[in-house]
Write a protein that binds this ligand. Structure first.
Ligand SMILES: [Zn+2]
Ligand SMILES: [Zn+2]
Length: 731
């Protein structure tokens, strides 16, 4: 076969085109390998896409590659195909998509780290009677005895369990030739055979229905009320796939609070899982990716980007809490992990399992399509059903630390009966509004159209959008008035207020400010798991995915914002949050209650939340979306631009609109904008948007196909930049 001489590469830059370089003599030109490439007057990393003997350009003008970084492909053929689909569907540059599919560790020029491990065995001088030989060295004896009991040998990890200070005794034993090591490829971990919990009738029926369908593509929606045992269904199906020699990707929205899940997976699957999330270092995440890729770990457990773990025998993708919006990536490459997972499963002809107590309207709407199936879990295996939502009218009451008197009374009752109380408040910090009564000055961010939030623990005013922070001024910067006041309440103040009100129980706050320290989080979770009375205060992190059976009261402090939000998704999100928060309550052996404070108890949505199930509310919301022509009944594509001046951003979007307007089917869709974005100024940039809506996705596609080639070449001019968001979440 003639050797390829030229190859095309995708580069990790927001550029839509691919680049051609000349290969070194004898290069096999494997698609999916990384190369160091000259780019302008610097170097960058690129991924080889395909190769040719001839180039369409003048050969002498094509630069040679600098260096090949991999001997084997880091992106396999399937992932390359999936990346091409993502790039095309989401209109994102292929290079950026490909590098998104790789662990951060491999995005630069780092070579693949070795995964070989040292494995020690008994050495040539090993004695038949180590007890007498090592009488005076109990630490060495311990290690020799452990090795004698394990003919396969032991690794550093095993030694660490025997003795955290294993280095010195092992080195001594090596000197004496009593033990020696060899390099070995790590092996796939054996699966334990734990005693399995008894299945409910519903769970068993669902398994019987899904199991025969595991060899083909299908999207299976497990629609089960909170606490109904969805996880047990996942775990059984995962085991089924592992036993069939397949691997499984298991996505969860958040890993901070899922230590319970990790423990459960450990009990069930031993070491046969890898875990990846943003709390780990690049190297740790790369190791997890590599263990899964090599098949040592049967399960990849992780957040959104774990979807891109590679496997030659993937057999199932599980997406827990499929409604959660953390599955959408909102910056860089914009994509929805649930939708990409469904595509990936379809390409591989494997099933995808979506689970939620509050399924997204998208998934509910998809149920009418081929290959979509729904399974309902309507009962909790424990004593009590999820509590109904009870409204607390706060329109006429005075609040104390954000709580009405009736709420505080109820909290007191539950603590007295030795229950735990969960209080949800989706606002970090001490107070969201800081102002001067004299002149009306308000603390605003210098970079954003946003208020600064008072964080008393660090005596600062902080912007939650850009991180800008300033000290608390001693006097009003405008008029010099000394008394500056704050209004509203955040989790920090709530924690403090409740601590004063209920000094006899611990108040545990869990939000992003606190869990920066994993130790602090761990301690709090241990207290919760202990089951003693306490109050858990937190933001959306505490609303999902955990199971503390002693929680008997769940309270939502401020639900009203969503009633008047500009987002068409606000009602769906509110319903999901409230049912999820309420669902944390009453999972053990005492009946739960759930309170929602509102100034608008007569609002139709509040009334619906009080009286109806999530399924009925979702059905109503879907009808509403259909009548307004909003997603999922229409498809939305949003162009966004940002610049140093609003004018520049608007002008760039006008150019984009002009290109779109020239497309053949433009008149069949609606185009809204360009308009300044809701928060016009953010992190020092002005932002504007242009939205396309069409009931028929093919129309949208056709317009974009016509216009994108011209749009892709549009540079901002000045310092403006644009991005595109397919299936945009908020309009
Ligand atoms: Zn003032
Ligand atoms: Zn800011």
């Amino acid at each position: 076969m003639p050797q390829p001489r030229f190859a095309r590469f995708a580069i990790a830059l927001p550029l839509y085109r691919v680049f051609e370089y000349a290969l070194a003599e004898g290069d096999k030109a494997l698609p999916g390998t990384r190369y160091r490439l000259p780019f302008g007057n610097r170097s960058c990393t690129g991924i080889l896409l395909d190769s040719d003997r001839a180039s369409e350009f003048e050969p002498s003008k094509i630069k040679p590659v600098e260096q090949r970084l991999d001997d084997e492909a880091v992106i396999d053929a399937h992932m390359l195909e999936l990346a091409r689909w993502i790039a095309e569907y989401y209109l994102q540059p292929l290079g950026e998509v490909l590098f998104l599919c790789l662990p951060g560790y491999l995005r630069g020029a780092r070579t693949q780290a070795s995964t070989r491990v040292k494995r020690w065995k008994l050495g040539p001088a090993a004695s038949d009677d180590p007890e007498s030989l090592l009488r005076r060295s109990p630490r060495q004896l311990e290690i020799v005895q452990a090795l004698a009991a394990e003919p396969r040998g032991l690794t550093a990890l095993d030694f660490k369990v025997i003795n955290p200070d294993w280095h010195a005794p092992v080195a001594r034993l090596e000197q004496k030739n009593l033990i020696r090591f060899e390099w070995s490829e790590p092996e796939s971990a054996p699966l334990p055979s734990p005693i399995l919990p008894e299945l409910s009738h519903e769970q068993r029926q669902i398994l019987e229905r899904i199991e025969p369908q595991l060899e083909t593509f299908g999207a299976h929606l497990l629609d089960g009320i909170t606490g109904s045992g969805k996880t047990e269904v996942y775990l059984r199906l995962i085991r089924n796939r592992l036993d069939a020699g397949r691997q499984v990707i298991y996505l969860v929205p958040e890993i901070g609070l899922t230590s319970q899940l990790i423990e459960r997976i450990g009990e069930r699957f031993g070491e046969a899982y890898a875990i990846s999330h943003s709390g780990l270092s690049d190297l740790q995440r790369y190791r997890a990716w590599e263990r899964f890729r090599r098949g040592e770990a049967g399960i990849m457990l992780g957040t959104r980007s774990s979807l891109f773990a590679q496997s030659s025998r993937l057999g199932l993708i599980v997406i827990d809490e499929e409604h959660d919006h953390s599955y959408r990536q909102e910056d860089g490459v914009r994509y929805h992990a649930r939708d990409v997972a469904i595509k990936r499963a379809q390409m591989l002809n494997i099933p995808v399992l979506l689970g939620s107590a509050t399924p997204s309207l998208e998934s509910l709407n998809n149920l009418g399509r081929d290959h979509y199936h729904r399974y309902r879990l309507d009962a909790r295996p424990t004593a009590f059903a999820p509590p109904p939502l009870e409204l607390v009218d706060i329109s006429k009451s005075r609040l104390d630390s954000g709580c009405a008197a009736a709420t505080l009374e109820r909290i007191g009752q539950h603590l007295e009966r030795r229950g735990q109380v969960l209080i949800y408040l989706n606002r970090r910090g001490y107070a969201p509004i800081v102002l001067c009564h004299e002149c009306g000055w308000q603390a605003h961010c210098f970079n954003c159209d946003a208020r600064l939030t008072l964080h008393q623990s660090v005596s600062s005013l902080i912007c939650h959008h850009c991180g800008f922070n300033r000290g608390l001024p001693e006097a009003c910067p405008e008029c010099g008035q000394v008394e500056i006041r704050h209004y509203g309440i955040g989790t920090e103040q709530l924690e403090q207020g409740l601590g004063q009100r209920f000094p006899e129980v611990p108040v545990l706050r869990i939000d992003r400010d606190v869990i920066a320290s994993r130790e602090a989080l761990k301690q709090r979770l241990q207290t919760l798991a202990g089951g003693e009375p306490c109050i858990l205060v937190g933001t959306q992190m505490i609303a999902k995915g955990h199971d503390y059976p002693a929680i008997s009261l769940a309270v939502v402090l401020d639900a009203d914002q969503a009633l008047f939000s500009a987002s068409y998704r606000a009602s769906e999100r509110l319903a999901q949050t409230l049912f999820q928060v309420a669902g944390r309550s009453g999972r053990g052996d005492r009946e739960g209650e759930a309170l929602v404070q509102t100034r608008f108890p007569q609002h139709p949505l509040m009334q619906a939340l009080r009286r109806k199930t999530y399924r009925d509310i979702a059905a109503g919301l879907l009808q509403e979306r259909q009548s307004y022509g909003f997603p999922p009944f229409a498809r939305a594509v949003m162009f966004r631009a940002d610049a140093v001046e609003l004018e520049q951003a608007m002008r760039l979007l006008e150019k984009i609109r002009d290109e779109l307007a020239a497309a053949r089917e433009y008149s069949r869709l609606s185009c809204i904008g360009p308009l300044p974005a809701l928060m016009t100024r953010r992190i020092g940039r002005y932002r504007a948007q242009l939205c396309l809506l069409a009931v028929d996705f093919r129309v949208l596609r056709s317009v974009l196909n016509d216009a994108m080639p011209a749009i892709e070449t549009l540079a901002g001019g000045g310092r403006a930049s644009w991005s595109v968001d397919v299936d945009a979440y908020d309009l």
